[in-house]
Design a binder for this molecule. Structure first.
Ligand SMILES: Nc1ncnc2c1ncn2[C@@H]1O[C@H](COP(=O)(O)OP(=O)(O)O)[C@@H](O)[C@H]1O
Ligand SMILES: [Mg+2]
Length: 356
């Protein structure tokens, strides 16, 4: 049953934080809300959790309607069967690990013996069984976040909600915890909504990603769909590095600014101008005069080169734009090159953003 959100609206006085957001999340599905700061991710999550009262729309959790303010229905947070993990671990310093995790159960009046067993089960699940008597100050950041995770799952919630839970951890720990959270969610088999502004987190953990901008959904899809087939410059840019160059329609086909005929794959452009979008790893560099199997060959000049180990990141001036390209060959700024781009790796985008 998962989660169903229909036409969610949230206003703070005159400010519309969420302007009509709709999505479904299946049981067992892991979905990220991805977008820049202030786009409404946290507000959406808190409306699902019941920590914030929605202004309009309907939210169901596990098939039960929990939020329909226009009908006077707002089920309180503690009756929504959710487990939530915050960025600031929000563990209580004066309580032991075991007391922290037991807290949601004591609020619900679960008898002590049953609660103790459930707490130990949750702590064992997150690998903290041996630290039950410690206080949070005696734990690392990663361990504190695991306490928060145990507290979120101890009441056997029907959905898990995460709000940037890894932002306060260092890079290495963050990668490890990504895997752990994902495996835990799989094992529990319940729906998860994961709020983040970190594209790597969203792409690596999610079954589907919902990209938000200014209180609205601008695109949703599998990580692969979003990365390979963005529908706007905003999404193309937000989910990864991308090169954009202007195209115009001439004599039934597309041409770049220098008049080169360009064959594109999928696209959503209407009208006579558009933007071609290509990922740096999908550009093949050739020394000028050499050629390859790609249907598109664009002449360019290397403007900048940064050696990064596995590859060099080049900036190439080409057809009225600068494109990034990853390549292992060794070229200096000023080198004349040809860029090979397969049509399947070239996406057509609208020249102007509808909402810009
Ligand atoms: N309590 C509040 N009062 C007024 N405006 C708020 C409040 N909380 C959030 N907002 C506004 O709602 C918008 C969305 O905020 P938020 O959901 O926190 O974004 P995100 O989590 O994507 O960074 C922002 O413009 C923010 O300023
Ligand atoms: Mg937020």
């Amino acid at each position: 049953m998962g989660i169903s959100v229909i036409g969610l609206n949230k206003r703070y006085g005159p400010v519309t934080a969420i302007g009509g957001v709709s999505f479904d999340i299946a049981d067992g599905e892991f979905v990220s809300l991805l977008g820049p700061s202030g786009c409404g991710k946290t507000t959406t999550l808190r409306c699902i959790a019941g920590l914030e009262d929605a202004t309009g729309g309907r939210i169901s959790i596990g098939g039960r309607l929990v939020s329909a303010p226009e009908e006077g229905l707002l089920v309180p947070a503690h009756e929504r069967q959710i487990g939530m993990v915050f960025q600031s671990y929000a563990v209580w310093p004066h309580m032991t690990v075991q007391q922290n995790v037991a807290f949601p159960l004591s609020v619900r009046g679960v008898p002590t013996a049953a609660a103790t067993a459930q707490v130990m089960e949750a702590l064992t699940t997150v690998g903290l069984g041996h630290l039950a008597e410690r206080h949070p100050s005696q734990l690392s950041g990663g361990q504190q976040q695991r306490v928060a995770l145990a507290r979120a799952i101890v009441g056997k919630p029907s959905v898990l909600l995460f709000d940037e839970p890894l932002s306060n951890l260092d890079a290495k720990l963050r990668e490890g915890m990504r895997g752990e959270i994902h495996r835990l969610q799989r094992r529990l088999g319940i729906a998860a909504v994961y709020v983040t502004h970190d594209r790597e987190e969203a792409l690596s953990m999610s079954d589907r990603v919902i990209v938000m901008e200014q209180g609205r959904i601008v695109q949703m899809g599998t990580p692969r769909d979003l990365y390979r087939r963005p529908n706007s410059r905003f999404v193309a840019d937000f989910v990864g590095k991308v090169g954009l160059f202007p195209l115009r329609r001439e004599a039934g086909g597309w041409s770049s600014e220098d008049g080169t005929r360009v064959v594109v794959g999928d696209g959503v452009a209407a009208g006579t101008t558009a933007i071609g979008a290509v990922r740096p790893e999908n550009i093949r560099l050739y020394r000028r005069g050499e050629t390859g199997p790609e249907a598109n060959m664009l002449a360019g000049v290397v403007a900048d080169a940064q050696y990064l180990g596995p590859f060099t990141e080049y900036v190439v001036d080409v057809a009225g734009a600068s494109l990034r390209a990853f390549a292992q060959m060794d070229l200096s700024p000023g080198a004349e090159v040809t860029l090979g781009i397969d049509p399947d790796n070239l996406v057509l985008l609208p020249a102007t953003e509808a909402h810009a």
